[in-house]
Design a binder for this molecule. Structure first.
Ligand code: SF4
Ligand code: SF4
Length: 415
């Protein structure tokens, strides 16, 4: 977003510069239509900027989040707009390294670089940032960010299946609710939370339905196109309409078995936030088709809904969000179970795991994922550790090609 926001004019530039050049492959640009849902989500940052600006002008508050554990429903129930602040731009990293260690996850550095540069228009709009205690790098980065911005730390339990974890988590969510009420002078009622749950459930259901199109032998869209169906602000009614349009469009699309018949890939690991889609692009431009991504920019946050009929909606939120299978938790067995379920449904021929450099939690867990792929699922596995710089793209492409060659040889052997 370095170039997408003109700090002096305090406005967003319109030539979609939020995508760093290396993350915007020519083939995607060529395939992106001028109208329809893909075109709509192609302008996602612009759409969100207009939405947030109008909301702010009407007196609504903007709340930044940086992790899927924060229930957006609570923020919406406080009559505020939740916006994801995770940075995906390589351009923000050098300035971040003036304060942070170079040896740190690019997602954290990029997010922080935007903060230093005042280059993320959404961050400049926020009235509060919810800082989730996920990994150590993020936790400590928040401390620096919090020196000049309003931060509220949401403490996540570490052992999600322990009996007292839920007690602690519910208490943390109730404290967040109180903070929102006091900070913004609003009442967060059960009815408002239930209304937000209904909106978020609808959004999750629509995005799930889109993702499920990839179960087909010849999916009607690519993994990259599916990844475009997202928004850094949830619950925008125009987005919901476009998700529904996308389902209609791709369900009725005449299938081209030549086009979408690459090696079926399940991508796992760290989130591929807006602007940091490079590895997926490499995979799909070298003969792969990402039929499933279980990460936080894929299926993980949309697989389960919140119980709309629950008597206590706070409890329903707590239960649903604590079930998220993230590597920052110990143990994280649910991730392995989920991967098995997804492998059965989406029938990948291999697993590619993306690890952002120095992401210790996902990196350590990659041992288990490799074992799962080889021993339980019987499919090849490739671990790619990288950052936001394109300098290793050619090397990644070679490794991806070698993986696909193995897959093809195996398929040949079994025919
Ligand atoms: S990967 Fe884990 S820490 Fe990162 S956004 Fe997802 S839930 Fe949060
Ligand atoms: S990718 Fe890993 S290191 Fe980076 S913010 Fe997420 S959990 Fe932390």
């Amino acid at each position: 977003m370095g170039k997408c926001y003109d700090d002096k004019k305090r406005q967003i530039n319109t030539d979609d510069p939020c995508n760093p050049p290396q993350c915007s492959p020519e083939n995607l640009a060529e395939k992106t239509p001028q109208n329809g849902p893909l075109a709509w989500f192609g302008k996602m940052i612009q759409n969100c900027y207009e939405y947030a600006s109008e909301a702010k002008a009407r007196g609504k508050r903007i709340v930044g989040i940086m992790c899927e554990y924060t229930p957006r429903e609570l923020i919406m129930a406080a009559d505020a707009v939740p916006v994801c602040l995770c940075g995906g731009s390589a351009e923000m990293i050098p300035v971040a390294e003036e304060h942070l260690p170079a040896n740190l996850c690019p997602l954290i550095k990029s997010t922080y670089g935007y903060h230093i540069q005042k280059a993320n228009p959404f961050l400049e709009m926020v009235d509060l940032i919810v800082a989730e205690t996920t990994c150590d790098g993020k936790k400590k980065m928040y401390e620096l960010m919090g020196r000049i911005r309003p931060i509220y730390v949401l403490e996540l339990p570490q052992k999600p299946t322990d009996s007292d974890a839920m007690v602690h988590w519910v208490s943390e969510l109730r404290k967040l609710k109180t903070k929102l009420e006091n900070h913004f002078g609003v009442d967060v009622t059960d009815e408002k939370i239930k209304q937000a749950i209904r909106i978020m459930n609808r959004e999750r259901m629509l995005r799930r339905e889109l993702a499920e199109l990839m179960k087909s032998d010849v999916p009607p869209l690519t993994g990259r196109q599916l990844l475009e169906f997202k928004s850094i602000i949830s619950g925008i009614s125009a987005d919901l309409e476009q998700y529904a349009e996308g389902i209609k469009l791709f369900k009725s699309k005449k299938l081209d078995s030549q086009k979408n018949s690459g090696v079926r890939v399940l991508m796992t690991g760290v989130p591929m936030v807006h602007g940091a889609e490079r590895v997926l692009d490499i995979v799909e431009s070298h003969g792969g088709l990402v039929v499933c991504a279980d990460n936080c920019t894929g299926l993980k946050p949309i697989l389960e809904d919140v119980d709309e009929s629950a008597v206590d909606p706070m409890l329903a939120l707590a239960e649903r969000y604590l079930r998220l299978p993230c590597a920052v938790m110990t143990k994280n067995d649910r991730r392995l179970e989920l991967l098995c379920e997804l492998a059965a449904e989406y029938r990948p021929q291999c697993i590619i795991e993306l690890i952002w450099q120095t992401c210790t939690t996902y990196d350590v867990e990659s041992y288990l994922i490799k074992q799962l792929a080889g021993k339980e699922l019987g499919i090849p596995y490739l671990r790619i550790e990288t950052d936001y710089s394109p300098s290793d793209s050619a090397r990644i492409a070679l490794r991806v090609e070698a993986l696909f060659e193995t897959v093809r040889q195996r398929a040949g052997d079994t025919n």
